[in-house]
Design a protein around this ligand. Sequence first.
Ligand SMILES: *Cc1c(COP(=O)(O)O)cnc(C)c1O
Length: 406
Amino acid sequence: MDFDRNAAARLAEKYESFYLYDEGAILDSIERLRKSFDGVRFLYSAKANPHPGVLSCILSEGIGVDAASLREVQMGRENGLGKHDIYYSAPGKSVHDIDAALPDCVIIADSVNEVERIQTLAAGHGIVAEIGIRINPNFSFDGAVGTANKFGIDEDTVFEKLPEWKAMKHIKITGIHVHSRSQELDGTLIAGYYAKMFELACRVQDALGEKLGFVNMGSGIGIPYAESDRPVDLARLGDEMTRLMGVYRSRLGAQILIETGRFLVGKAGVYVTHVLDKKVSHGRTFVILANTLNGFVRPSMAQMVESYTVDAHPHNSEPMYTGRNAFGFVPLADTAGTETVTVVGNLCTGTDVIAKDITLPKLDCGDVFVITNAGSYAAVLSPMQFASLTPPAQILLKTDGSTVII
Ligand SMILES: *Cc1c(COP(=O)(O)O)cnc(C)c1O
């Protein structure tokens, strides 16, 4: 993976451990999506990486927000987005959070209770709230039938309830949302899912007796983590979307929304840390890094998951676990020779292991060590308060060479 080695080395003189996000790489990913999908609006799933500089870079490109919390709704507002640019979708929203978010976004109701809560709260404010319905469809990505799910409202329940919801005076259903899978690399599966979404949208629209304003297809488009992963053929997937939009144009005037978190930022970030110590124990050489499990949990978590299975391809559990060899390890120093080492962190737990017996360029104390694929679900997932170690900095390197540091 490409990253700015000079910037990493320079910043490593000042920071013991840090995330380095590359604005140029984020803008590139946005461009690749835009080029492939004509007439689709993208929403950034802010939970992937809500660094203020990252958010402002993405949102100033005309991308909306997929907000998973009230705070993320507010982040969208703070970046100047309007109500129709922010979609608040999460299970179990509190009454307080729904009430506070109501004026600022389109709320996607995640349960029958939530539809009723929104109706009651909107009535209290004397407004009509435009809402979306998150559906747990009777289909899945792989062509199987629907399954029990904590997200959304079962498709059958939606059709049962629609007449009742239509009669509610303070809500207006303007769209639907389904997000059924993250990190899919098979474009054919994603395309099949889009096709089913168009059909579902038409059926909801017919039952509602009104045109839908938006159809939110959720995410799905994955990124290559392991070197053996092949990226999704975006041009082909985009063409399929264009074809579907053409087929349904006369029946469905809705704006097509696609959510994306990791695609925009996942490969645009690396984690940079240092070798603090090195020792040999019972014949095994340990390299001890600063802030691994506590600063960037996913590589250690992957070791843990893989220690419980002999499966060559343990199934992913996003965003905690993706698959084998999902992270690249890049020592920055130009050293001669290689060495087989076990790479661990400086936390007081034996689970703080990121690689066992791997062969790497020879490392010494003080060397800079880089871990790739650290732009999404990285800083946000990591238990930085553990052991009260100094948490890593998060640094956005902008295209003009300046930095935004938190
Ligand atoms: C987290 C999330 C996403 C983002 O998924 P990525 O795989 O990062 O693109 C999209 N939609 C919803 C509803 C989510 O919860």
